[in-house]
Write a protein that binds this ligand. Structure first.
Ligand code: SF4
Length: 422
C-alpha cells in the first residue's frame, strides 16, 4: 500500500479538510507517514492572497524531482482550474475543494479534478490539534466582499447537515477533545437553508454533548449576528465568552465599496450592545488598511474607532489587489508603502490596548486549557485566546494536557500570561 505524506497549508478550514482526507485514506488502508518517507505527498494549498500563492508555489516546487508523486488539493487547485497541471507539469493529480472524496481515485490513476461547488463533507478524520478541534460547519461564501477571492475559490455558501456535525462532535468528545472551535467563512449564517436550524441551535445541541467543555465561535460576519445568537453565547456556560467578528473597516464609503452590507452606525451600536449583554466578553476583529480610496481621513476614522471600541484582539492586514476581484479594478489604489505605515500604526495602537487589558488581568484567576508541555512550563490558552492567533498562558503546577484548570495570573509578558495552577 502506498505511504502518504501530508502538508497542510492555509487556514483552519483547510486543516480540517486535510484531517478528513487523511481519515479517508487511513480507512482505505493507506499509511500516513512523514512526507520525507512517503511515496506520495499531498499538499493542501491556500490561494487567498498573492503572497500566499507565492509561498504555496515555493512549497510545491520544493518537492519536484524528489522521486515522489505530488498531488495538490485546496484553493490553488480551484484558482488555476484546468491550468493546474500546466502550472505544475510535474504533479500527478489534483483535487478541488469539492472533490475531497476523489483522492483515492487520483492515487490509483493520475487525474485532475478542480471543482469548487458541491458537497464535500467527509466523516473520517485524523485529529492533529488535540485537545482542541476545529469543527468546520459550512463551505464556501456568497457574501461577495469586493476584495475577496474566497467565493471564486471555495464556491457558493452551503451549511453542512447538522446531524453529521453533531455526530462528528460526539466522536471528537469521545476522543477526549475539550474545546470545539466552530469555523466557516461566515459562521453567523449557519443553517440558513433550513427553517428550524441556526448557529445558536447548533451550539445548543453541541453543548449537550458530554466531554465538550468549551465551544468557541470564529468568523462571524457583523451583519448576520442575531439576538438569538447573543442570548445563546451569554447564557450557555459551555460557550466561551469570546467572539471573532471581522469588520474590515468602519468608514461608510469604504464599507459600501467593500460590499460589507453594514454601516458605521450599526457597528458602533453592535459592540457596546454585545459587551452589555455578554459578561467578560473578549472581542476579536480583523481590519484592512489601504483599501482603494482610503485617504488619511478615512484611516484616522478607523484608528479612532479601534481606540473607542478597545477590542481585546485585532488582526490587521494591508489590502491586496487580487486579480479578478471587483476592488482590483477600483481607481485610487493606495501606495504599498502607505499601506505598510498604516498597518504598523494599527499594530502599535493595538499592542498598547492589549497591554493595558493584560495589566487588568494580573492577579486574576482564569480557566486555562492545557495543551502542551515546554521545558519548565505547561502551555495553555484561556477563554480569551483562540488557537494559533492569540496569546498563550504559561502555567506552573501539577496539571496535564487536556485539563481545564484554574490559574492565578502572576505575570504579564509580551503575548503571553504566566501563572500558577490552583
Ligand atoms: S465574508 Fe469573508 S470569505 Fe466571504 S466574501 Fe467576505 S471576506 Fe470573503
Amino acid at each position: 500500500m502506498l505511504r502518504i505524506g501530508f502538508i497542510s497549508l492555509g487556514c483552519p478550514k483547510n486543516l480540517v479538510d486535510s484531517e478528513k482526507i487523511m481519515g479517508l485514506l487511513l480507512k482505505e488502508g493507506y499509511k500516513i507517514v512523514h512526507p520525507e518517507d512517503a511515496d506520495v505527498v499531498i499538499i493542501n494549498t491556500c490561494a487567498f492572497l498573492d503572497l500566499a500563492r507565492k509561498e504555496n508555489h515555493a512549497v510545491i516546487e520544493r518537492w519536484e524531482g524528489k522521486g515522489k508523486k505530488i498531488i495538490i488539493a485546496g484553493c490553488l487547485v480551484t484558482y488555476y482550474g484546468e491550468e493546474i497541471n500546466r502550472v505544475f507539469p510535474f504533479i500527478s493529480g489534483s483535487i478541488g475543494i469539492a472533490d475531497l472524496s476523489k483522492i483515492s481515485q487520483v492515487l490509483r490513476k493520475p487525474s485532475f479534478f478542480f471543482s469548487k461547488n458541491g458537497n464535500n463533507y467527509l466523516t473520517e478524520r485524523v485529529l492533529t490539534t488535540f485537545p482542541r478541534a476545529y469543527l468546520k460547519i459550512s463551505e464556501g461564501c456568497s457574501n461577495r466582499c469586493s476584495y475577496c477571492l474566497i467565493p471564486e475559490l471555495r464556491g457558493e455558501y452551503r451549511s453542512y447537515p447538522p446531524e453529521l456535525l453533531l455526530a462528528e462532535a460526539r466522536v471528537l468528545a469521545e476522543s477526549g477533545v475539550k474545546e470545539i472551535v466552530l469555523v466557516g467563512q461566515d459562521t453567523a449564517i449557519y443553517g440558513k437553508e433550513w427553517e428550524e436550524w441556526s448557529l445558536a441551535r447548533l451550539i445548543r445541541e453541541i453543548s449537550k454533548i458530554s466531554g465538550i467543555e468549551w465551544i468557541r465561535v470564529m468568523y462571524l460576519h457583523p451583519r448576520h449576528i442575531t439576538q438569538e445568537l447573543i442570548e445563546c453565547v451569554a447564557e450557555n456556560e459551555k460557550v466561551v465568552k469570546y467572539l471573532d467578528i471581522p469588520i474590515q473597516h468602519c468608514n461608510d464609503e469604504i464599507l459600501a465599496r467593500m460590499n460589507r452590507g453594514i454601516t458605521k452606525r450599526e457597528l458602533f451600536h453592535l459592540f457596546p450592545d454585545l459587551r452589555s449583554k455578554i459578561r467578560n466578553l473578549t472581542l476579536r476583529t480583523t481590519v484592512m488598511v489601504g483599501f482603494p480610496g482610503e485617504g488619511e481621513k478615512e484611516f484616522k476614522e478607523l484608528k479612532s474607532f479601534l481606540e473607542e471600541m478597545e477590542f481585546e484582539r485585532v488582526g490587521v492586514f494591508a489590502y491586496s489587489q487580487e486579480p479578478g476581484t471587483p476592488a482590483s479594478f477600483f481607481k485610487d489604489q493606495v501606495d504599498e508603502k502607505v499601506k505598510e505605515v498604516r498597518r504598523e500604526e494599527i499594530y502599535s495602537l493595538q499592542k498598547e490596548i492589549m497591554e493595558k487589558k493584560n495589566r487588568e488581568i494580573q492577579g486574576k484567576v482564569l480557566k486555562v486549557l492545557i495543551e502542551e508541555k515546554e521545558k519548565d512550563y505547561w502551555i495553555g490558552r484561556s477563554e480569551r485566546d483562540a488557537p494559533e492567533i492569540d496569546e498563550v498562558v504559561k502555567v506552573k503546577g501539577d496539571v496535564k494536557i487536556g485539563e481545564i484548570v484554574k490559574v492565578k495570573i502572576k505575570k504579564v509578558g509580551e503575548y503571553f500570561l504566566e501563572g500558577e495552577a490552583l
